[in-house]
Design a protein around this ligand. Structure first.
Ligand SMILES: [Zn+2]
Length: 360
């Protein structure tokens, strides 16, 4: 006697009418036993066909040789009965259940990766960046500059005297930041280029070179304001922002390369990261703070950076408006480099600088 054999209630249909009657199902001796008001019936397990599971709908048990069938609600009791019958779900159903798990696992892995990317990676990069020797960055920097020279930059047409004057100012800025000088040494350098396709801009490469474009010098802007912009760039260098961005994108590129087995992808991604800095808002604020500190130490006002920012913004807005009429020009170059690719909140920044809150 199998007193603890799984059993459960079901509806029995005769297959001729819609009339149904309650029956009790149970498994005994390799047979499915039906007990109802009209008596009992034993069906060999091999003759029982079970419909596939669809969501929570009741499942149908059909019996070989006639049109009668039973409808059974899903649940653990049915699962136990089916197991006792020696029934296994079809491959499709098992796959369906497995896919549900695959999906849940993939979603979890995705969430962990996303969290790692959003928080873990920037955190790690921030803590690793200060320990990366500048000498390691210089070859990468030079390579990036070579790429820029090839595709975007032109030789500067700035008169020698003007360059020398700006160079002198830059050296004074550097001298006002001994720690920066100590870590970048000879790498700290001001270079001149022109870039009609980029417009007024200045940017720092991770090896310590700061590139000042003729288009910026050509604005109605004082040297003191240009130096304020260069101080901001020194801030990006001091806080190692581009090295941080580089570490982040290298990790992503290395993982992607390992995944796809394609190293060229990683190399491409690293170059792209060097060219399109895309600093975060926090990084811009840090660079502003650094510039404000430098300016104050030189007895100048952080408001110099504010007015420089406004002039740059006005110039870029004018450029963009001009481009609106010239459909042939592509805007893609605007995504490169520091100024106004990544300086969205100018009003907030200038207010902070003017109210002398930056770097306090
Ligand atoms: Zn910046």
């Amino acid at each position: 006697m199998q007193t603890n054999a799984p059993s459960l209630d079901a509806w029995y249909y005769d297959g001729l009418s819609s009339r149904r009657q309650p029956v009790r199902l149970r498994v005994s001796d390799g047979h499915l036993r039906l007990d109802g008001p009209d008596g009992g019936r034993d069906i060999p397990a091999a003759d029982v066909r079970i419909s596939e599971a669809h969501g929570t709908a009741p499942r149908t048990l059909r019996f070989a040789g006639d049109d009668t069938y039973c409808e059974v609600g899903q649940g653990t009791a049915l699962d136990a009965l089916l197991a006792a019958l020696g029934h296994r779900d079809s491959i499709a159903v098992r796959l369906q259940n497995r896919w549900r798990w695959v999906f849940v696992s993939l979603a979890s892995v995705g969430l962990i990766l996303a969290a790692g990317y959003l928080w873990g990676l920037p955190w790690g990069a921030k803590h690793i960046a200060p320990h990366v020797p500048v000498a390691v960055m210089r070859p990468l920097s030079n390579e990036a500059l070579a790429q820029l020279d090839k595709y975007l930059l032109k030789p500067s047409a700035l008169p020698e005297a003007r360059r020398r004057k700006l160079q002198d100012g830059f050296r004074e800025l550097a001298a006002a930041n001994p720690a920066l000088l100590a870590s970048y040494g000879d790498g700290l350098d001001l270079d001149f280029r022109a870039a009609p396709r980029i417009g007024p801009n200045a940017f720092a490469l991770p090896g310590g070179q700061i590139i000042l474009l003729d288009e910026l010098v050509a604005l109605d802007i004082d040297d003191a304001e240009i130096l304020a912009i260069l101080s901001h760039e020194l801030g990006h260098l001091d806080k190692r922002h581009s090295i941080r961005m580089l570490i982040q994108s290298s990790v992503v590129a290395a993982i992607t390369a390992a995944w796809f087995g394609d190293v060229s992808y990683a190399v491409g991604a690293i170059s792209a990261a060097l060219l399109s800095t895309g600093y975060s808002r926090d990084m811009e604020r840090e660079a502003d703070d650094y510039a404000a500190g430098t300016l104050r130490r030189r007895g100048e006002s952080p408001a110099l950076l504010a007015s420089a920012l406004e002039k740059l913004e006005a110039a870029h807005l004018a450029r963009r408006a001009g481009k609106g009429h010239d459909q042939d020009d592509d805007d893609d170059d605007e995504n490169y480099l520091d100024w106004f690719s990544s300086h969205p909140d100018t009003a907030e920044r200038t207010r902070r600088l003017r109210e002398d809150r930056a770097g306090r």
